[in-house]
Write a protein that binds this ligand. Structure first.
Ligand SMILES: Cc1ncc(COP(=O)(O)O)c(C=O)c1O
Length: 400
C-alpha cells in the first residue's frame, strides 16, 4: 500500500471549535462584536501575561496596528531581523518607514543583541525582535538597548504563542506583542491575529485604529484615518475552542519536536537548534540545518526527494534583505548578514502538527537518514571510481 501523503502542517480542530463556531453563527453575531470576541480577548490577555489583547484579522495587521499606534512614519527606521517571515518588514513599510536588517545569533536564530547598537541611527524609532520558530529572542539586552536609546519594542510572537523568556511570556516583555492565528500556527482560526500590551493609552489608540478610527464615544464620527483590522466573532469562537484545548495541542506538538530531535540527533550533517537555558520554547515547526558536505546533498535536494516519498517540507525563510522589495535599500546600507544567509540556505522545516503520529515522524526521520546515506554512498562510490586506476585491457596472447 502506498504510504499516505504527509503535509507540512494541518490545523488541529475538534468538535469543540465546530460547536463554538456554530453557536456564533446561530447567534447571528458573526461580525466584529460578540460574546466570543470578548471572551477570547480577555482569555488571551491573561494567558499571555498582559493587561490587554485585541483580536485582529492577521498577524500582519496586528504588527501594522502596533506600529501605526506607536506613531511610526515616513523616514523612520526600525531594527528587524532579516530571518523572518516577510510580514515583519512589510508592516514597517506600510508605515512609510524603513526596516534596517540586523543579523541573528547563531545559537537562538533570533536578533543578535550585540549587533543592534551599530545599526541605531537618529532615525531609529524601535526594534522588532522576532521569536523565530518558537524560540524567544534574548530580550533583556534588547530591552536595555531600547531604554538607553529611547526606543519602543514590538515583539513579533507570531510563531511563539505562550513561549517564555526567563519565565516571562513572550509578547508581554516589550511595548507590545503580536501573534498570528494563521492555519499553520500553534492556535488557529484559519486567519487571525492579536496584539497585546500593558499600557491603556496604547490599547486605546490601537482599538481606535483597528475600527476605522471611529470615535468610541460618538458613533460614525471618525477623527482619524483608521483601518478595518477587526477579528470576527466566528473566528474568535474557533479561537476560544483552541484556547480551551491549548494544553493538549502544545503537549502533542512538543512531543513531536522531541521525537524529531532524538531521531535525527546522530544523522551526519543535520544540525538542530539547542534551546537557550533561559528559553521555554513554543512548539511551532520542527526545523534543522542541512550541511551538504556532511549530509550528502543540499537542502533543496532533500526536500525534492522527501516530496517523491510523499512528505512535504518547507525551506527556511528567504532572508528578507535578499528579496526584491528590500534588496536595493539593504545593498545601499551595505547589509552583510552571514548567519542569516547561512540559515536561509541550509534550513528546512519538517511536518509538525498534533495529528501527526509517532509512526509518521519515524517515517520522516528514516527518510531523511536514507536520503543522506544514499547520497553519501554514491559520493564514496564515485571517489572510489576516480581513485581506481583503469586496468589496461587484457591483451590477446600471441601464439608462440
Ligand atoms: C514571524 C511572523 N511574523 C508575522 C507573520 C504574519 O502573520 P499572518 O500570516 O497571520 O499575517 C507570520 C506568519 O506567518 C510570521 O511567521
Amino acid at each position: 500500500m502506498k504510504p499516505s501523503f504527509i503535509p507540512v502542517s494541518m490545523p488541529d480542530l475538534s468538535d469543540l471549535e465546530t460547536r463554538y463556531a456554530t453557536e456564533a453563527v446561530a447567534s447571528t453575531w458573526i461580525s466584529s462584536t460578540g460574546a466570543f470576541l470578548d471572551r477570547f480577548e480577555s482569555e488571551f490577555a491573561e494567558a499571555s501575561g498582559t493587561n490587554f489583547a485585541l483580536g485582529t484579522t492577521s498577524g500582519t495587521t496586528a504588527l501594522h496596528l502596533a506600529l501605526a499606534a506607536l506613531g511610526l512614519g515616513q523616514g523612520d527606521e526600525v531594527i528587524v531581523p532579516s530571518m523572518t517571515y516577510i510580514a515583519t518588514a512589510n508592516a514597517v513599510r506600510y508605515c512609510g518607514a524603513e526596516p534596517v536588517f540586523v543579523d541573528i545569533d547563531p545559537a537562538t536564530w533570533c536578533l543578535d543583541p550585540t549587533a543592534i547598537e551599530a545599526a541605531i541611527t537618529p532615525k531609529t524609532k524601535g526594534i522588532i525582535p522576532v521569536h523565530l520558530l518558537g524560540h524567544p529572542a534574548d530580550m533583556d539586552p534588547i530591552m536595555q538597548l531600547a531604554v538607553t536609546h529611547g526606543l519602543w519594542v514590538v515583539e513579533d510572537a507570531a510563531e511563539a504563542t505562550f513561549a517564555r523568556y526567563k519565565g516571562r511570556l513572550c509578547g508581554s516583555l516589550g511595548t507590545a506583542g503580536t501573534f498570528s492565528f494563521f492555519g499553520n500556527k500553534i492556535l488557529t482560526a484559519g486567519e487571525g491575529g492579536a496584539v497585546t500590551c500593558n499600557d491603556e493609552s496604547l490599547r486605546h489608540r490601537m482599538a481606535l485604529l483597528r475600527g476605522q478610527g471611529m470615535d468610541p464615544e460618538k458613533r460614525y464620527h471618525f477623527p482619524i484615518v483608521g483601518f478595518n483590522y477587526r477579528l470576527t466573532n466566528v473566528a474568535a469562537a474557533i479561537l476560544c475552542g483552541q484556547m480551551d484545548r491549548r494544553e493538549s495541542i502544545i503537549d502533542r506538538r512538543n512531543a513531536i519536536l522531541r521525537l524529531y530531535a532524538e531521531e535525527l540527533a546522530d544523522v551526519p550533517g543535520v544540525a538542530i537548534r539547542q534551546d537557550a537555558p533561559w528559553a521555554e520554547t513554543a512548539p511551532w515547526m520542527f526545523s534543522c540545518l542541512i550541511d551538504p558536505a556532511k549530509f550528502g546533498c543540499r537542502r533543496d535536494d532533500l526536500a525534492s526527494e522527501l516530496a517523491e516519498r510523499g512528505i512535504d517540507s518547507r525551506p527556511m525563510f528567504i532572508p528578507i534583505h535578499r528579496l526584491p522589495p528590500y534588496r536595493q535599500s539593504a545593498k545601499k546600507r551595505r547589509t552583510v548578514l552571514p548567519v542569516t544567509d547561512r540559515l536561509g540556505a541550509l534550513g528546512i522545516m519538517l511536518p509538525t502538527y498534533p495529528q501527526l503520529s509517532d509512526a509518521e515522524v519515524l517515517r520522516i526521520c528514516s527518510s531523511v537518514r536514507e536520503i543522506g546515506q544514499g547520497h553519501l554512498s554514491k559520493r564514496v562510490a564515485a571517489q572510489v571510481h576516480r581513485l581506481t586506476p583503469t586496468q589496461p585491457a587484457a591483451q590477446p596472447r600471441k601464439a608462440a
